[in-house]
Design a protein around this ligand. Structure first.
Ligand code: TYM
Length: 332
């Protein structure tokens, strides 16, 4: 069976973007693939994380996966730092990837900002660790949002160069799986920016644990333009904020953008926002209640992560052994 690997950083509260762009798709894929889902805590520390907040966010991301319907028995759910093979293979990939490849990574440029010399070295080599996450399990498919496309291309380049350098087909070239109507959920304040856990404005995102009043307020305050809801998909093109809200509605209701245009085209955004609030609260509140139940029982979450880590380690061990053999490391 084909194997899936995907991950979420515990670097803040989960957003609707994480849910619609990734976690919700995982729930759909879990019947057809062998799946490994990871809370990538080692990636999170590439920017400063308060240790207590990191622990909490790690449990919260796991709780978000569980509450969304990812089954911890059928799949592996674990936190990255508990399987040391990620760090080991990450180092080997630091020696395979080329500086020129990393220099092209747009996410590093965005995250490092103007003062690149102040960014951590980890932030720079982040894509190499991400390649290690996937290839440590020889995963063949990686379901992610659109923003991870470039990182996945790099993972394929690393797999290919490793195989070429050592003359052995050790790694598969993993295929990105980017699908659904919400591969790129945008900020509620700026339709040209991605909705992100790390945006300084709370009003830019809907959190998976936001209550109904907060969701209603954020949607009411979401930026739009003075025109009514567009009636065709083409008419959405130059209206980033309008299109984003309509895409969110489509994704939450399992519709296509064209259906939303047909249903709401010509109406005022005030009315459309009410409908959007209703569907968002409807979909998210059962999940956030279930997340809260997990957060009230951290021992249960820790036990699931512990079990997942043991199963992940068992899968990683033979791959790491093979890699070390191929590289020429003496092994006891
Ligand atoms: P992260 O933590 O930023 O996001 C987790 C997942 O959510 C998706 N996503 C979005 N999708 C649509 N619209 C948005 N606004 C949005 N924001 C986030 C992301 O595309 C992602 O699928 N580098 C990864 C984590 C990672 C990983 C991996 C993923 C580390 N190792 C190996 C796959 C495989 C990241 O920062 O995701």
């Amino acid at each position: 069976m084909d194997r899936i690997f995907s991950g979420v950083q515990p670097s803040g509260n989960l957003t609707l973007g994480n849910y619609l762009g990734a976690i919700r798709n995982w729930v759909k894929l879990q019947n057809d693939y062998e799946c490994i889902f990871c809370v990538v805590d080692m990636h999170a520390i590439t920017v400063w994380q308060d240790p207590e907040s990191l622990r909490r966010a790690t449990r919260e991301v796991a709780a978000g996966m569980l509450a969304s319907g990812v089954d911890p028995k059928r799949n592996i759910i674990f936190n990255q730092s508990s399987v040391s093979g990620h760090a080991e293979l990450g180092w080997i990939f630091n020696c395979v990837a080329r500086l020129g490849w990393l220099n092209r990574m747009t996410q590093f440029k965005e995250k490092a900002g103007k003062h690149k010399e102040n960014a951590s070295c980890g932030l720079y080599v982040y894509p190499n660790l991400m390649a290690a996450d996937i290839l440590l399990y020889k995963a063949t498919h990686v379901p992610v949002g659109d923003d991870q496309k470039q990182h996945l291309e790099l993972a394929r380049d690393i797999a290919q160069k490793f195989n070429n350098d050592f003359g052995k087909e050790v790694f598969p070239l993993p295929d990105p799986m980017i699908f659904g109507t919400a591969t790129r959920v945008m900020s509620l304040r700026d339709g040209t920016k991605k909705m992100s856990k790390s945006d300084p404005s709370e009003y830019s995102r809907i959190g998976m644990t936001d209550d109904a009043d907060t969701i209603a307020l954020k949607i009411r305050k979401a930026k739009t333009d003075p025109q009514p809801v567009p009636e065709t998909v083409e008419a959405c093109e130059d209206r980033a904020e309008a299109k984003n809200l309509m895409n969110i509605y489509a994704a939450l209701s399992d519709l296509e953008l064209k259906d939303v245009c047909a249903q709401y085209g010509g109406q005022s955004f005030a009315d459309f926002k009410k409908a959007l609030t209703e569907v968002a609260v409807d979909k998210l509140s059962p999940i956030s209640q279930e997340m809260q139940r997990y957060m009230d029982d951290p021992a249960q979450v820790d036990a699931i992560l512990h079990d997942g880590s043991e199963r992940a380690r068992a899968l990683a061990e033979p791959v790491l052994k093979e890699v070390k053999e191929v590289v020429g490391f003496l092994q006891p």
